[in-house]
Design a binder for this molecule. Structure first.
Ligand SMILES: *[C@@H]1O[C@H](CO)[C@@H](O)[C@H](O)[C@H]1NC(C)=O
Ligand SMILES: *[C@@H]1O[C@H](CO)[C@@H](O)[C@H](O)[C@H]1NC(C)=O
Ligand SMILES: *[C@@H]1O[C@H](CO)[C@@H](O)[C@H](O)[C@H]1NC(C)=O
Ligand SMILES: *[C@@H]1O[C@H](CO)[C@@H](O)[C@H](O)[C@H]1NC(C)=O
Ligand SMILES: *[C@@H]1O[C@H](CO)[C@@H](O)[C@H](O)[C@H]1NC(C)=O
Ligand SMILES: *[C@@H]1O[C@H](CO)[C@@H](O)[C@H](O)[C@H]1NC(C)=O
Length: 457
């Protein structure tokens, strides 16, 4: 419509100050009807007009050709857009790629629950009808998933709900029956003799962005006494470097069902780097992109503060062995916030810094003799640093510790089983004594158990 108006204007302008109105004929060639004021026939002006008219026709034809080209391109784009819309719609209603992904996850979860029940059965003396029935139910659900996969791709959510409830009962069952002799150590306290053992991995789910988001971190607020319903997940971009999105789920069930999320997008100037982030007292702390700074992003107000971490190396100078860009790793435990990093002065060995959660200033540092790139990850519990290394594709070992209270380091060997090969982040939450691992895109937890004080030699 606008193009037509453009040509009318064009037509008028070319009519040499004579009052003329242009119209388009059916071949879209501009024709002007000219009313001449003189009674005598002005041949010279007529000739001039004819020449102008000839020129005009050529340029109009050129414009028409251009429009035809535009139209072709536009039609192409429209087709592409229609294709894209179709694919998005399919994905939205639970289309092929998305559900295939979900079925993979379901199978993994079921496999893991099966092994858990087998383990339970072995540890429980004699027969337990509760465990037996759980076992039957899990077998049933496994069969159901296989059937669903072959003819119905829309009931994934229903199955997930059942699995979530089964899992809760399994967890309770495990708690009640497997470790009845252990005296509980209150969450948030340090009345124990250090790390004793670690449970089997517990696969919570695949991160919501899928398999290709292999790097990141997740967990709950690690500030002692913090509200524990909200779960956060922060997958890095697929380059394994930039963190600019954080998802908050209001409860564990919402996390399991990918429901009611709040996504926070962080601007590029304050984006994060690497999987060393942690949520502490309702703020997420992380290494700011392409710097040695620590950023603090308040999840309520979205306000950001940053501070230089003096002498810290960054940008893959001394990252961990199984995850790049994690030169600066935030941690928290019963004693508050920590930063695990490394410096040129300490020859790339791990430096532990006690970080003020409000000032963002390192209040005290400890230099260890453990080379940072030789460990896969590290976490803090009650002021003690624990570091892991890879044994093989299925096993990781907590092999090194450094106690900031005694300034002593030591060797130990506690084996962690992994679901996937690479550990991209590991952090401890003093509120539930769990380790949170981001394992090639999967969200995993482990329960830690501690030596009781009377057991200490
Ligand atoms: C041109 O013609 C229209 C009607 O045909 C008239 O209203 C208008 O005043 C004329 N303009 C000039 C500049 O002669
Ligand atoms: C749109 O999709 C159809 C079939 O799915 C395909 O043949 C066609 O080439 C696609 N068009 C574009 C522009 O991608
Ligand atoms: C298991 O049962 C056997 C005999 O039935 C008994 O000797 C043993 O003490 C039991 N173990 C536990 C841990 O209850
Ligand atoms: C498991 O499946 C069998 C047969 O499909 C059925 O009879 C049984 O009731 C189911 N058990 C449970 C606990 O769902
Ligand atoms: C530690 O935990 C693992 C996995 O739960 C278990 O297989 C192992 O026997 C435990 N080791 C000790 C010494 O308790
Ligand atoms: C935790 O957050 C509250 C509210 O923002 C603040 O008043 C308090 O000082 C913070 N505590 C720590 C240890 O960061």
């Amino acid at each position: 419509m606008q193009l037509l108006i453009f040509f009318l204007g064009f037509c008028r302008a070319a009519s040499l100050a004579v009052n003329a109105t242009g119209i388009f004929n059916e071949r879209e060639v501009c024709q002007c009807t000219v009313t001449l004021p003189d009674a005598t026939f002005p041949a010279d002006r007529m000739e001039k007009l004819e020449i102008e008219n000839g020129k005009l026709s050529v340029s109009v034809q050129q414009q028409i050709n251009k429009i035809e080209n535009y139209q072709l391109t536009l039609t192409g784009y429209l087709q592409k857009l229609a294709n894209l819309t179709k694919r998005v719609e399919v994905a939205e209603v639970g289309g092929i790629s998305y559900t295939e992904l979900d079925f993979e996850l379901l199978k993994l979860e079921i496999k893991e629950m099966e092994s858990l029940v087998v383990q339970l059965k072995a540890t429980i003396n004699g027969s337990s009808s509760l465990v037996e029935s759980l076992f039957v139910e899990i077998r049933n659900i496994s069969i159901m998933v296989n059937q669903l996969e072959s003819y119905d791709k829309n009931n994934v959510l229903a199955v997930r709900r059942e699995i979530a409830s089964l899992r809760k009962r399994l967890e309770e069952c495990e708690k009640n029956q497997v470790y009845p002799t252990q005296s509980p150590i209150s969450y948030g306290t340090c009345k124990h003799g250090g790390l004793a053992n670690i449970s089997k991995p517990f696969v919570v789910q695949l991160n919501w962005l899928g398999f290709s988001y292999k790097f990141g971190g997740w967990g709950k607020d690690s500030f002692t006494g913090a509200e524990q319903d909200i779960h956060w997940v922060a997958p890095l971009q697929t380059d394994g470097r930039m963190m600019n999105i954080i998802r908050l789920c209001p409860s564990y069930d919402d996390l399991l069902l990918y429901k009611r999320p709040t996504d926070k997008t962080i601007g590029y100037t304050i984006a994060g780097q690497g999987g060393g982030m942690i949520v502490f007292n309702n703020s997420i702390y992380y290494n700011c992109y392409n710097t040695r700074d620590i950023c603090k992003y308040n999840l309520d107000t979205n306000a950001v503060e940053r501070k230089v971490l003096t002498d810290a190396t960054f940008n893959n100078r001394f990252s961990y062995s199984s995850s790049s860009w994690q030169d600066i790793d935030l941690a928290s435990d019963e004693d508050g916030l920590w930063v695990i990093y490394s410096t040129e002065q300490n020859a790339g060995n791990i430096v532990i810094g006690k970080l003020g959660s409000i000032s963002l200033v390192v209040e005290k540092t400890w230099s260890t003799s453990q080379y940072k790139p030789a460990v896969t990850n590290a976490f803090m519990v009650c002021g003690v640093l624990y570091a892991t290394r890879t044994l093989n594709t299925r096993k990781e070992e907590i092999f090194y510790m450094y106690d900031t209270k005694t300034n002593k380091e030591g060797q130990l060997s506690i084996i962690l089983e992994k679901m996937m090969e690479n550990v991209q982040s590991l952090s401890y939450n003093p509120n539930d004594h769990k380790l949170y691992m981001y394992n090639d895109g999967y969200l995993i937890t482990y329960d830690l158990s501690f030596k009781t004080l009377s057991n200490m030699a």
